[in-house]
Design a protein around this ligand. Structure first.
Ligand code: ADP
Ligand code: ZN
Ligand code: ZN
Length: 752
């Protein structure tokens, strides 16, 4: 009798559930021919049937386990949903970030594929195109800025594009297109297609590269031709034309039939950047962002997976995109905090981009005007190549930087001690007047929302706090309400202090209050406000950004949303209203964030033909990031900050992991934190290894949404040295009460 007849075939499966490790199943003969690594499978798990991923054959399990091995129920894909390179990246992420592999794999898939159902083709048989009518002129749409932007886009790409494409480029475009069709400015046409979208759209490229761009492009093209893993830091001052460098490199990869992946911080905030990729590559690029519908996301994913589209531009989650023949990865604004995901799988997409490039053996370009200290340190140690763009395009001057010392210009006297004096200093007011008189535009930056950022009792000195969170309530004068920025709890302004009924002083200035000050000082000026209170939808955002770009607004007031890579040539004055506001956060990266933010905001000034001027208002002109920013001294700042990090053993000179606990019960949270600290301490390597445990301690914000929060932090010279204590903590998790939730945050970005 042949053994083979009774042979059972065991396979390794990653389970789409929050459980660690790989699981062994049996592959029935009927299913075996369809098993290729990366295919989705349906598996019995406990009492339910769930999604899993076939990884490969597994060894015969020990006898006592064999009886319990169950068969796969079905194979769901004919082609693996996950390509080998994405699986490899997921394996790295699962291990590095200590997250279950099956959950990581599932997180990379578009919604239609992350459940145990057969893959459906999302590709429609018919694609709808829009064609601009002859003579359609955006200038006739002054009163409908969003429609105007939509029509301008359509004309910029040659007058014809698929609805889907326009909708990718411009949030809310479907609605604007409908309006344009009604007005007869645009025709709707349907076309049956095999390909995702028609090819052959025009691309707007500058006549010549600047000398520095040319050097950078030539160098990167050389690396592209040579092949192999090469990480490159492209450090270019604001307005130096980094995007054009990315475009050329991606273009070259595409010409050679290869794929490219471009990661950008926030697409809604930078429609111009995506527009430039769109207008250069037309339908050859898939745009991946959070505003896509499930179908659009699935379709974009399928186009990439089938190599019908070879370029993906997207936010952090695009690092998992199944780009075929990957030859180059670009990470734009690599220092941006939005590349870090801070829930569930807590990954840093910039870091994973470098890992993916290493695994694929390809070029990776990290671009920024203000590189993160992590990346800079890698360049300094020679792990990354370092390219510079030191001049702006057309040799436009960098803006002049001026200090406004608020200790002098905004003194607190006896009379003003319990009120807030105006935030617009005399220097700033006159600079604004001059700018507006010249017909140029102003950006005012303040990283605080609301009217008053806190309310203090005049009698007992208590701040009005949220009942659910350990944070101050922000006062909004418009609706006369107070709001918690952490849990969203809002209620009418109390008549007095909840403790002693004393009167509440409105302190700390936010953007809403600035808007009022500006309206009073410049009643004629057209003012827009860009923050998460004023702009709640992507449509509003596009409207606001495009009407500012078209100079229908004179002054834009906003939070860090105004700091992103906008290119508004009419802006010649930028003011930082209170540079100190982010300095004192209890986070070792506060100085770095402040420097980045100030430099990025300043970079919005003088990008057109007229030179720019930047006023920086502060109470702390000597603070390192502010003083260095005013000297335009990135190198000086980084060197000093690196020395400080080294002295205090913070990243990038050490590696870190934070263990974050949260619970409804303050007592249980504290106890669990103590327990984890105890097992971690026991698992510590000898002191000579330099691993340190900080805490356990209540988190800097000790309570959010009614939940008590504790944390412990591990620091070590290398990532590997963290393994012992982290393993011990992971093993202990099963022993904790289920009312305590624990997250391990490897390479955490914010300590709050
Ligand atoms: P950065 O991202 O470095 O701040 P951008 O890529 O936004 O700079 O470029 C700044 C501006 O200069 C953009 O309007 C861009 O279209 C333009 N630009 C870039 N390269 C060139 C060039 N070689 N010639 C003319 N204009 C250019
Ligand atoms: Zn009081
Ligand atoms: Zn709250």
């Amino acid at each position: 009798m042949s053994q083979a007849l009774f042979e059972r075939h065991y396979v390794a499966v990653a389970v789409g559930r929050p459980v660690r490790g790989e699981f062994t199943y049996e592959a029935p003969d009927a299913l075996r021919p369809r098993l290729q690594p990366g295919v989705r499978v349906k598996i019995p798990f406990g009492r339910s049937t769930i999604l899993g991923f076939y990884l490969g054959p597994a060894p015969t399990p020990p006898d006592e386990v064999v009886k319990k091995v169950r068969p796969l129920s079905a194979v769901l894909d004919s082609e693996p949903a996950l390509t080998p390179d994405v699986v490899e990246l997921c394996r790295f992420a699962a291990q590095h970030y200590r997250y279950p592999l099956g959950e990581v794999l599932r997180a990379t898939l578009p919604p239609g594929l992350s459940t145990p159902k057969e893959e459906k083709a999302a590709r429609p048989d018919v694609v709808h195109f829009v064609q601009a009518a002859d003579g359609a002129d955006p200038a006739t749409l002054q009163r409908a800025p969003a429609q105007q932007a939509t029509l301008s886009y359509l004309l910029a790409v040659g007058g014809r594009a698929s609805v889907e494409e326009v909708a990718h480029a411009i949030p809310g475009a479907r609605e604007h297109l409908r309006a344009l069709v009604k007005k007869g400015l645009v025709r709707l046409e349907a076309e049956a297609v095999d390909r995702p979208v028609a090819e052959g759209l025009s691309s707007a490229r500058p006549a010549a590269l600047t000398p520095e761009q040319a050097v950078a492009v030539a160098h990167l093209e050389g690396l592209l031709a040579a092949g192999g893993f090469t990480p490159v830091l492209l450090q270019g001052v604001t307005g130096s034309g980094k995007t054009e460098v990315y475009l050329r490199v991606v273009e070259r990869a595409l010409e050679q039939g290869h794929g490219a992946l471009v990661l950008v911080p926030e697409i809604a905030l930078t429609p111009q950047l995506v527009g430039r990729f769109r207008s250069r590559f037309g339908p050859k690029v898939a745009v991946l962002h959070s505003a896509l519908t499930d179908t659009e996301r699935l379709r974009a994913w399928q186009h990439l997976r089938r190599a019908e589209v070879k370029v993906a531009v997207g936010v952090r989650s695009a690092v998992w995109a199944p780009v075929a023949d990957l030859r180059v990865i670009v990470v734009d604004e690599e220092h941006d905090p939005s590349f870090k995901q801070d829930d569930k799988l807590r990954y840093q997409a910039r870091d994973l981009a470098v890992v993916r490039a290493r695994q694929a053996g390809c070029l990776v370009v990290l671009g920024s005007a203000t590189p993160s200290l992590e990346t800079l340190e890698n360049a300094r140690r020679g792990r990354y190549q370092h390219l510079h763009l030191t001049r702006r395009v057309d040799d436009r001057p960098m803006p002049t930087l001026e200090l406004v010392d608020l200790r002098v210009e905004r003194p607190r006297t006896e009379e003003t001690a319990d009120t807030e004096p105006p935030m617009l200093s005399a220097t700033l007011t006159s600079a604004m007047r001059e700018t507006l008189e010249r017909g140029q535009q102003v950006i005012l930056f303040l990283n605080r929302r609301g009217h008053a950022t806190f309310l203090t009792c005049e009698v007992c000195g208590q701040n009005l706090k949220c009942t659910e969170c350990d944070v101050c309530m922000t006062y909004y004068r418009g609706p006369n309400r107070v709001l918690c920025h952490y849990c969203g709890r809002a209620h009418p302004l109390p008549r007095g202090c909840p403790e002693c009924s004393g009167p509440l002083l409105q302190l700390g200035v936010g953007t809403e209050r600035i808007e009022a000050e500006v309206a009073e000082a410049f009643p004629q000026a057209r003012v827009g406000r860009l923050d998460r209170d004023a702009v709640t939808t992507n449509e509003r955002l596009t409207d606001l950004l495009s009407s500012f770009a078209r100079r229908e607004l004179d002054i834009l007031i906003g939070t860090q949303m105004v700091a992103k890579g906008h290119d508004f040539p009419g802006v010649t004055l930028v003011a930082v209203l209170l540079a100190d506001s982010a300095l004192s956060l209890p986070d070792f990266r506060a100085a770095e964030r402040t420097f980045h933010l100030l430099t990025q905001v300043a970079g919005r000034a003088g990008r057109g033909v007229d030179p720019g001027r930047v006023l920086v208002q502060t109470y702390n002109p000597e603070a390192l990031p502010i003083a260095a920013m005013l000297r335009n001294d990135f190198d000086g700042f980084s060197a000093a900050e690196l020395r400080r990090r080294k002295l205090l053993a913070w990243p990038p000179l050490t590696r870190m992991a934070a263990v974050k606990l949260e619970s409804d019960s303050a007592e249980r949270c504290a106890q669990a934190a103590q327990r984890l600290a105890a097992v971690a301490t026991k698992a510590m390597p000898p002191p000579s290894h330099g691993v340190r445990l900080l805490g356990p301690a209540p988190a800097p914000i000790a309570r959010i949404k009614g939940k008590t929060r504790w944390q412990l932090v591990l620091k070590a010279p290398t990532h590997a040295a963290l393994a012992g204590p982290l393993d011990a903590i992971e093993r202990e998790l099963a022993e904790l009460p289920s009312s305590v939730r624990v997250a391990i945050d490897v390479d955490p970005s914010a300590m709050l």
